[in-house]
Ligand binder design. Structure first.
Ligand SMILES: [Fe+2]
Length: 337
């Protein structure tokens, strides 16, 4: 039997399509930025592996992978926030990947058992210096101080960004203290939680509130924006790296993992390793004004350079993700919704 005939026999015996034998990778991504074309294009250039991308909102993708079950064509799931990566993991969607390269390049606290972080973002405090004093807003804990009554703005407490912060606070301060904190911050609200992080920054700039919490990339996006209204908003606010004298600023991540039912596992591992390469790290992080996880990769972002260095929380990201459900229960009881 010639190889060709053998291949044809195998194809018919196992119902394989010849397309499946070509090197391909199916990436389900909740991140879509201008730098993505280079990010994915360079992988194909280096490996010859074609990437098919499915892009949608985080929770939709998660739902889709669940529904596709064992027949899912998804090889890699990329999403933002440790809580969502943790949720995918809890649902048993990821398969563990053992890679010396990933272990060498990604710091241990940014690797979970079944997924990897590829960029970090910080949850920073934004304040209006005409309404509150800098020394009043140096920590997350201080935002619950009665002195800030009627001055705090926030997006929903049920949003993953706040739940992840709550999870970090539980790990550092304990559940009881975190519940007290959540009740007290609710008592300080200038308005009921609404909008996203950028809305909070704008509300602080407009003087509707004195202080709010926002992810660093929303501030960086405004700082890097050429729109006059964005520049004006930035000029009216100040940013704080919270908790520099204690456990450090809470950070969250964008990350990815290989799916349990991935049809192209070798390509998936190659891609996960590629995402930690110098070149991919720069694209991946810069696409959303985030920091690369690989310490040797330089940041090339005017806003991030201007914001400078800070002490980040080094809580293991897997532990953080595992504590989000508890944060949700605590915030619910405290009325931070
Ligand atoms: Fe976001």
């Amino acid at each position: 039997m010639t190889n060709k005939i053998l291949l044809a026999a195998l194809v018919s015996a196992f119902g394989l399509s010849t397309a499946a034998t070509a090197a391909e990778l199916n990436v389900y991504s909740a991140r879509h930025y201008q730098t993505d074309e280079q990010l994915y294009g360079n992988f194909t250039k280096q490996t010859g592996i074609k990437i098919n991308r499915i892009e949608a909102k985080e929770d939709e993708l998660l739902e889709r992978i669940r529904n596709e079950g064992a027949n899912s064509p998804a090889d890699v799931f990329i999403t933002v926030d440790a809580s969502r990566l943790g949720k995918a993991d809890d649902l048993g969607l990821f398969a563990p990947v053992k890679s010396a390269e990933l272990e060498a390049r990604i710091p241990a606290h940014l690797r979970a058992a079944n997924w990897f972080s590829y960029s970090t973002r910080a949850r920073v405090i934004i304040y209006n210096p005409e309404m509150v004093k800098a020394e009043q807003v140096q920590t997350y804990e201080q935002l619950a101080d009665p002195a800030l009554k009627g001055k705090v703005c926030s997006r929903s407490g049920s949003h993953p960004y706040n739940l992840s912060l709550g999870a970090a606070m539980i790990k550092h301060n304990g559940a009881e203290a975190t519940e007290k904190w959540a009740s007290s911050i609710v008592a300080n609200f200038a308005r009921a939680p609404k909008g996203g992080d950028t809305d909070q920054i704008r509300a602080v700039a407009a003087g509707e509130c004195g202080v709010a919490i926002a992810n660093s990339y929303y501030l960086a996006r405004l700082m890097n924006s050429e729109k006059r209204e964005d520049q004006e908003a930035v000029a009216r606010v100040k940013a704080v790296w919270p908790n520099q004298a204690s456990w450090g600023t809470h950070i969250n991540v964008s990350g990815a993992g290989m799916l349990k039912n991935a049809p192209n596992k070798d390509a998936a591992v190659k891609f996960l390793e590629y995402l930690a390469s110098d070149e991919a790290q720069a694209y991946f992080a810069n696409g959303n004004n985030e920091w690369p996880v690989v310490p040797s990769v330089k940041v090339d972002n005017a806003a991030l350079n201007k914001l400078g260095e800070f002490k980040a929380d080094t809580l293991p990201i897997g532990e953080l993700a595992a504590t989000v459900a508890e944060a949700q229960r605590i915030f619910d009881r405290a009325g931070f919704r």
